[in-house]
Design a binder for this molecule. Sequence first.
Ligand code: BTN
Length: 330
Amino acid sequence: MAINTTGGQILHILADGKFHSGDDIGAVLGISRAAVSKSVKSLKEKSIEIFSLHGKGYQLVGGADFLDRDSILVNINDKCRDQINELFLHLTIESTNNYLMSKAEEGAGKGLICFSEHQTAGKGRRGRHWVSPFAKNIYLSILWQFDGGAAELEGLSLAIGVAVARAVKKLGVNGVALKWPNDVLLDNKKLAGVLLEMTGDVSGECKVVIGVGLNLFLSDADGQSIDQPYTALSQYLSRSVGRSEVAAILLSEILLILMDFEEKGFSSIRDEWQSYDALLQQWVTLSSVGKQVSGISCGIDRDGGLLVDIDGDIKVFKGGEVSIRKAEVK
Ligand code: BTN
């Protein structure tokens, strides 16, 4: 289902959002009008919204600000540039997490980065689908390696939430909050999500794929298939920011926090996580396979476990076990 070279070239010609005739595109690429038409058909089959108008040609609806390797690299924070071993930029892919997970299983080590303009099977937490329209949002995965096994990773998913919150602030947007373990919210609506997947030895050397989806531009039509309140960063930005700049800032903040986490663990990030806690001192309901409990959310412990006061007893909940929502007031 990948977009071939011709498809990619056509998309770059159409990125300005204007009409281009099949003849003009064909002349630029040195192919026939029929070949252009065939490629456009195949792009449309991949849910890319290209409008065809007899006598005018083709238009990429709304245009596109494609991710650009050079602008991403120029905007990366100097302190973490050498953490990047390889940067993959795809036009479309099943899932950036799946892509790096296969690289990890083939033997790749840390520092692989993958962005895609589109995911055909973007994955969310708890088996959900992550809505991934073409050239609108940011879909990013990072492959990292830890030598101390899964135990070292407790707190990592919360730390990544903090990195995303820092990136949002760096882009000039205030009011970002985190819903345990790592949903990133603005105005109580989901802005970004984090999905960690692991391979290797749970008690020794393990590799982690860190996936982040950040809603940047989301149309009402795209939002229709999202089953929870959502928002997009573009609604809050006070200046026009290129997608590559957003991608670079997000990637930098994640790499910086990974370096910090490797050195000092989660404890150095815990206070900052708590400063973003969307549910602090709220009535919450926690659900796990068929069971529900309610209590008052009281922050997190030193490993990132959620502390909940249930009838006077403080209980700790771990990320993989439960989902949490704000409860009706008792
Ligand atoms: C969530 O449900 O909150 C987590 C969403 C994670 C989505 C990102 S998009 C990039 C990466 N690739 C995927 O398939 N999923 C993650």
